[in-house]
Structures are given as C-alpha cells and as structure tokens.
Write a protein that binds this ligand. Structure first.
Ligand code: ADP
Length: 458
C-alpha cells in the first residue's frame, strides 16, 4: 500500500519533467528567437501541472485534517462521503476516522454511566462523601449537603474541616491506607445531636493494584441518618418503662392487701377497708389498660372517624348533663360563651370524649367553688376554636410544653389521688389531630389554665 502511493508520486514527477523538457526542447529548436518565451511558457505549464498534482496528492491530507479538526472541536463526524481517494494516506484517514467514532462511542458510554451515577446519588436519602488518596473531598451528594446544612464549598477540603469527629477521620484514613472497611454509629452534638450510621469503604486503585498488589485511590463514606429511629426507640423504651411503673404500683398494693387478708385479716374488721382498697386499685388498673387500648386504637392504621355535621351548643349541653354531678360536688359553676349556633364537622363520640376530658380536668384541678367557662368562636372560614378555661391551680411554665406527653403529670401524687392516669391529654391530642385540628394550653400558676383546640367547620 505504502509503495503504491510513492510510485504514483514518482511517476507524476517524471511525467512533469519529461513534459517540461519536451516542450522546452521543441520551442528552442522550432522558435530559436523566442528562447525566453519558450522558457517562460514551459515554466507556467510546469507550475500549472505541479499545482494540479499537489491538489490531487494532498486531498487525503486535507480529509485527515478535517477529521482531526472535527475531533478537537467535538463536532459530529459524518461517516459517509468524507474520504474520497484510495491511497495509503486515505487508509490512514479512514483508520483515524474509525478511531474517532470508537472514541466518541466510548465517551458517550462514559457520559451515560456518569449520568446514571449522578441520578442515583441525587436520589439517595443517604449522604455520600468521596475523598481522594490524600483525604481531600472530591465529591459529595445533595443529601449530605442537607444533612450537615453545608452552605460552603467543601471540594478539596478534608471532612474534618466540617465534621469534627476523630472516629470518622480515623476510619477514612484507615480505609485509604489499608483498604479497611468500617461501619459505626456516630452521634454529632454539633449537628443537633443527630445520629448517623456510617459506612466507610476504601476505593481500590485498579491500576496500582494490578501492578503492585496494593494502593488505594481514596475512600467513600455513606451517612444514614438514624436520629428519628433512635428517637422512636427511646420513646418506646420510656413508654414500656412508664407502663410497667404505672401498672406495678396498683398491682403491688392489690397483692399486699390480698396477702394480708389471706394471712388472717379476712376475719378482722379492717377486711372491709382492705377489700375497698383492692377494688379502688383494680379500678385504676382497668382505667390504665382502657386508656392504653384507646391510645393504641387511635394510633392504628385502621382507626377511622365517623365525621358528621354537629351543632356545637347542643353537643356541649349533652356533655354538661353528663359531668354536672362532679362539678356540683366541688361547687364549680360552668358557663357557656357561644356567640352563634356554630356547626362543626366531627365524630360525635370522640368530640364528646375530648370535651369530657377537658372539663373533667378543669374540675379535678379546679378550686372548690371555682368556675369554668366554655367558649367557641369561628376563627377562619373553615375553623372553629373551642376553649375550656378554669381558675384552678394552674400549670408551671416549665411543665406546660410537656403536659400532652404520655404519662406526664405535674404532680404525680395529686393526679393519682384524683384517679388520673396521665394519658388523658395525650389521647385528646391524638383525637384532635385525627380531626385535622390543633391543641394547645395557656396557664398561670395559681390562677388557672385555658385549653384550646380547633375543629373544622361545615
Ligand atoms: P391526668 O390523668 O393526670 O389528669 P392528663 O393527661 O389529663 O392526665 O393531664 C396531664 C397533667 O396535666 C395532669 O396530671 C395535670 O398535672 C395537668 N393538667 C391537666 N389539666 C389541667 C388543668 N385544667 N389545670 C391544671 N393542671 C392540669
């Protein structure tokens, strides 16, 4: 192939030379006087032929140049009709153009893979951090930015600069140095005490590995936020501890009194009092179990409200008939402030339970001869606000945010004495939220409390 091209060029040059000599010789002999004219015309003919020859011979070079230009500018290469001649240079041009197509396909493949990777990283809820062999960050995903509220640019910095934790730093260094993978829990007080499950893996440098059998390219750390999980675990543990404690107290009393009776007190005069205590404590146990069952029912997925349009004043009157006796016992007066016959959208049974709980608490924690005011107003087009106000013992400021928690009681002894379980307000909160409402309380210690809640109106 290479020879073919050189022979062609040589043949062209010999032809041109022969032609030039022939024309010059002919003109000198036939037109002796016009020697200069003969020389000049021969020269022009030679230049013309040389130019044509150059054009033909350099075509493949121009093809090649075009392709190289397209490769460097990244413009699309046209596969067809780009290479015209069939000599060695054209073969080289074709080989380069094929290489260009191959390279372009490879680049497309790599770009597609990169896009996949970016999409996966974007879609991950876990934070991902990639460092190079010097421990400098080369990539992080959006989730990591969010988890650590990163506003600054962290590329080229070390993780230690924004996550100040020696364990994490040590794990990353070990992964880079020895390729050791590690998994551990990390609680970061400087990030609102968030807890993460962290997995650190070393990135193997394939080239080095094949040559020397060692060497890491960097490390990847994946952060899984398990703060909520930890929180729920803590709530569950506290709940189990609280339930056990609440059940143990009446159970111990019942057991103690029953044993005393069995040991002979049954025939004594105190037996009646002992049985009364047992009855009271078992009632208490039953109430705790009932409240716990109500809570678990409200929290279950199957829980559903039977929503209907209810006339609020009518419903409040029904509830008051039910609770009147308890109020009279403490000489507490109950008044209503209902400017209009408001209609609410609610489940009748549960709304009655909500109101009974609030009014019952207002009586329980109210003073002898005190007063309770129940009022309702329409606050927006779709919301009615109901409040129950008493002038009782009130709630200390520091306890106010916690009174809706399960088993939370300001004065444990007093609550138990009054037959409370510490679950009432937590049940109410769940019920109101199930109605898409809000609930909150205001209080002045020694002056009284007001409990507010909202309901949707029809
Ligand atoms: P309990 O069964 O103890 O009444 P709740 O969940 O109904 O439980 O209430 C939680 C705590 O909130 C009560 O123990 C009490 O300390 C406080 N509390 C509730 N309502 C009132 C009120 N109207 N006045 C003063 N304290 C109240």
């Amino acid at each position: 192939m290479r020879l073919q091209f050189q022979w062609k060029l040589m043949a062209f040059f010999i032809l041109v030379l022969l032609f030039f000599l022939f024309v010059q010789g002919y003109l000198i002999y036939s037109l002796k006087k016009a020697f200069w004219f003969a020389s000049l015309s021969s020269f022009f003919v030679a230049v013309l032929l040389g130019y044509i020859l150059f054009k033909v011979a350099s075509q493949p070079l121009r093809d090649l140049l075009n392709i190289l230009k397209q490769m460097t500018t990244g413009s699309q290469f046209k596969k067809e009709g780009q290479v015209y001649s069939k000599d060695e240079l054209s073969h080289l041009t074709r080989a380069i153009s094929e290489l260009e197509i191959h390279l372009r396909n490879k680049i497309d493949e790599i770009s597609t893979e990169k896009e996949y990777l970016q999409t996966v990283l974007r879609g991950m809820s876990e934070g991902v951090l990639v460092v190079n062999d010097k421990g400098h960050i080369i990539m992080i995903n959006d989730a990591l930015r969010e988890l650590f509220s990163l506003s600054m640019e962290v590329i080229d910095r070390t993780p230690l600069e924004f996550i100040r934790n020696a364990e994490l730093e040590g794990a990353i260094q070990e992964a880079i140095r020895d390729g050791k993978n590690s998994s551990f829990e990390l609680t970061l007080p400087s990030f609102s005490g968030k807890t993460f499950e962290v997995n650190v893996v070393g990135m193997l440098s394939s080239e080095k590995f094949h040559k020397t059998g060692e060497g890491m390219r960097g490390a990847i750390a994946v952060f899984h936020n398990i703060s909520r999980l930890k929180e729920l675990e803590k709530i569950r543990q506290d709940f189990v501890a609280n339930v056990s404690h609440e059940l143990r107290t009446p159970l111990t009393t019942i057991k103690g009194y029953a044993e005393t009776l069995l040991e002979g007190a049954l025939k004594e005069e105190v037996a009646f009092q002992f049985v009364q205590v047992i009855k009271r404590q078992s009632d208490r146990l039953a109430k705790i179990v009932e409240d716990l069952l109500t809570l678990s029912k409200i929290e279950s997925k199957e829980f559903q409200l039977k929503m209907e349009n209810l006339l609020l004043p009518e419903l409040i009157e029904d509830v008051l008939n039910f609770i009147q006796e308890a109020a009279e016992k403490k000489k507490i007066s109950i008044s209503l402030e209902l400017p209009a016959p408001l209609m609410v959208k609610a489940d009748r049974n549960y709304l009655e339970q909500i109101l009974i709980n609030f009014i019952d608490n207002a009586i329980k924690y109210g003073r002898e001869g005190g007063k309770i005011i129940i009022s309702a107003i329409q606050i927006t087009q779709s919301e009615i606000e109901v409040s129950v106000r008493d002038n009782g013992i009130g709630i200390p400021k520091e306890d106010l945010p916690r009174i809706f928690e399960r088993f939370y009681r300001v004065d444990k002894g007093r609550s138990r004495e009054l037959g409370g379980t510490g679950l009432g307000l937590s049940i109410i909160k769940h019920l109101i939220q199930a109605h898409s409402g809000r609930v909150w309380a205001e209080s002045q210690l020694g002056e009284g409390s007001t409990f507010y809640f909202t309901l949707p109106c029809s």
